[in-house]
Design a protein around this ligand. Structure first.
Ligand code: NAP
Length: 284
């Protein structure tokens, strides 16, 4: 039976650490601030933004919300990004995705100052991750690394398989495992013999977006299984990509959904906002 990796507990310890540092900075007159921009009426985005605001409160980070209407133009959004780039109270800028169809996400991400890009989506930050000289790590993959570290299993020399190659999860995830000297295979929808490749993994990260995608026959006995997926099953219940009930009998460690990777993403956003503030003030 696998040990359950408790994302709530690990994320709480990250947030406690961030809060302690933010409060120490406040004592020396430095405030830490995150601007969160939401455009339109996407209900899921609204929930994410509210959770981010709550996490800011829990970490003593000042949060500034900008809620723009669905019909906002690209020029209007870029003008807001310019304003936030210049705003000294704002250390981090997060534009909640997806954006309405009239707005080019790439143009918006490119406009955010790399120093305030706490999602680490800007090309400059992506490039830095590639060469291993980074300030910010993208929140979800960074959270996954924290969860793996919490198991005490070292990545070095391990066979790691990442299912998914998106820019926000799969690709940076693979890079972070590589930086820790894992031997990494990236799988995607054109991968052949996927189950066989997964069975070889000491560390398996699923970021597919399909419920019940990873079944027990795809998992090596004792593997660390990290489920990034956030899906709704037929009953509308939140579930991951991993068939939890059968995989937990075979894996060594497993993340539940909910309560695994999800809480880590927000905790790492808090950490990145603190890092942005410290970098601005030349604090190590
Ligand atoms: P995405 O952009 O849709 O990427 C999904 C990836 O899965 C793609 O690379 C795709 O391959 C691959 N894939 C799809 N079907 C496959 C198949 N049959 N066999 C092998 N690979 C297949 O999704 P994403 O943004 O990376 O997110 C992935 C999941 O993580 C989603 O459920 C999302 O909601 C969740 N997520 C969770 C968090 C969190 O905080 N917990 C954060 C971000 C995302 P191709 O490239 O070949 O199409």
């Amino acid at each position: 039976m696998a040990k359950i990796i408790d994302g709530k507990a690990v994320s709480q310890s990250v947030k406690d650490r961030v809060k302690a540092e933010v409060e120490k900075l406040r004592e020396s007159g430095i405030e830490v601030g995150l601007a969160v921009v939401i455009v339109g009426n996407n209900q899921a985005s609204r929930v994410y933004v509210n959770n981010k605001k709550k996490a800011c409160e829990a970490c003593s980070i000042n949060s500034y919300e900008y809620a723009l209407p669905e019909e906002t133009t690209q020029e209007e959004l870029l003008a807001l990004v310019d304003k936030l780039n210049a705003d000294d109270k704002v250390d981090g800028i997060l534009v909640q995705l997806p954006l309405p169809k009239q707005i080019d996400e790439h143009a918006v991400i490119a406009r955010i100052s790399a120093a305030k890009d706490v999602d680490a989506f800007h090309a400059e930050n992506v490039g830095k991750i590639m060469i291993g000289d980074y300030n910010f790590l993208p929140c979800t993959p960074a959270g996954v690394m924290e969860l793996i570290h919490s198991t005490g299993v070292s990545v070095e020399g391990k066979d790691c398989v990442v299912i998914g190659r998106s820019n926000i999860v799969g690709k940076p995830m693979a890079m972070l495992l590589l930086h820790e000297s894992g031997t990494v295979t990236i799988c995607h929808s054109r991968t052949q013999n996927l189950a066989e490749k997964c069975r070889n993994a000491d560390i398996l990260v699923a970021a597919v977006g399909k419920a019940d995608f990873v079944t027990a026959d795809m998992v090596k006995e004792g593997a660390v299984v990290i489920d990034v997926g956030m899906n709704r099953n037929a009953e509308g219940k939140l579930c991951g990509d991993v068939r939890y009930d059968e995989v937990e009998k075979k894996a060594g460690y497993i993340t539940p959904v909910p309560g695994g990777v999800g809480p880590m993403t927000i905790a790492m956003l808090m950490q990145n906002t603190l890092t942005a503030a410290k970098t601005k003030h030349n604090i190590d």
